[in-house]
Structures are given as structure tokens and as C-alpha cells.
Design a protein around this ligand. Structure first.
Ligand SMILES: [Zn+2]
Length: 116
């Protein structure tokens, strides 16, 4: 049983801008490459993580490069999402989600996330 998907207000806005559905985000969470960083978990969908049985025209193939930033404790709470970053190295520098100071508490497990 997978944990439910809970989007932060910011993640909802970002998902709308990037035209990402909950199904898309769940797929990236499940198949994305996991990288813990700065108190969160990045899940980035890489081409080699797409299941081989997925048809070549499937919409999930458009998700390569999409990154979901999650609570590291439960991976239920989505802090933000974005598409098509070149590499994790770039993610570390960019940090779009922390342009303003904020503290988020995961509504699922209660972990505090300091976005500094
Ligand atoms: Zn959590």
C-alpha cells in the first residue's frame, strides 16, 4: 500500500503551470531516481527508469526529466514539482521552491521542512 499523495499549495500551483496530473506525479514518485538532499527527497524521472513495457507513445514518456520534491520521511507530501531539469546538480543550485523563507510541516507524518 502506497502512501497517499498530498500536494502543498505551492506544489498544486506548480503542477497546474506544468500541466502535471496527480497520476503523473505518482508515476514520477514511484519510478523516479531518488536523491536525498537538504532535508527533502528528490525523485527525478530518468529515461532509463521508464518501464520497458510502456508503449512508445505513452504520455508518461513525456515526464522524463520531471522532478518531484518530497518529504523524506513519508514521501507522501509533495513540496514542489518541476519539469525537465538537466541534472540534479542544477537542482541543488536552483532551488526554485525556497526563494522565500518558509517552514512547512508535512500534513501526513509531521516532519518539519525548513526551506531556507
Ligand atoms: Zn512526511
Amino acid at each position: 500500500m502506497e502512501n497517499p499523495l498530498i500536494l502543498s499549495i505551492h506544489a498544486e500551483e506548480r503542477a497546474g503551470q506544468e500541466n502535471l496530473s496527480d497520476d503523473d506525479i505518482l508515476f514520477v514518485r514511484k519510478h523516479g531516481y531518488k536523491l536525498p538532499n537538504a532535508g527533502v527527497v528528490f525523485r527525478q524521472l530518468r529515461r532509463d527508469r521508464i518501464p520497458v513495457q510502456l508503449p512508445g507513445s505513452h504520455r508518461y514518456r513525456q515526464l522524463v526529466g520531471t522532478t518531484v520534491v518530497l518529504c523524506p520521511t513519508c514521501e507522501s507530501f509533495v513540496i514542489t514539482v518541476y519539469r525537465n531539469e538537466a541534472a540534479f546538480g542544477k537542482d541543488k543550485k536552483k532551488r526554485r521552491y525556497n526563494q522565500k523563507r518558509q517552514v512547512l510541516r508535512c500534513p501526513y507524518c509531521g516532519t518539519l521542512h525548513k526551506m531556507i
